[in-house]
Ligand binder design. Sequence first.
Ligand SMILES: [Fe+2]
Ligand SMILES: [Fe+2]
Length: 171
Amino acid sequence: MADQSFTDAIALLKADHRTVEDLFEQFQAAKAGNRKKTITRQICVELKIHTLLEEEIFYPAFRGKIEDDTLDEAYVEHDGAKVLINDIEASAPETDFFDAKVKVLSEEIKHHVHEEEMPAKGMFSQCRQTDVDLVSLRDQMLARKQQLLAQDKADGLPPAEPKAVNLAPAN
Ligand SMILES: [Fe+2]
Ligand SMILES: [Fe+2]
């Protein structure tokens, strides 16, 4: 199902970035625990879906067409963020370190978004110089996003899974 409100795959991903930045700002202003819980749940769902769309569809489309280091570092940065995403989702706002975890996650995401969006050497500008069809990628990502949103509504999404980093077992 094509959604013409995004011109292409990169516009879709950048819109996700703005959504999450806005949610992090809302968190900064939030005082009540239940409000913080609502906002962090939204942040975690947004980030889990966004990282899946990139890892399953967007990044693989550019393997061999842009710098390998750029793609490899993106997977590792995602995995770093997933540690905090899964922890924050399983934590209550009243617990120790909760605000710090959200703050550090926002800083990690800010760095990662910069790597994707920065002019010239950034991932997205490298992607724009390839022959990959960004409109078809948009449609694939929108279809997958609808599936994941439906899954979240029905059963909740499972914890984010690392793709590149070997994390110590949880217990
Ligand atoms: Fe992204
Ligand atoms: Fe990313």
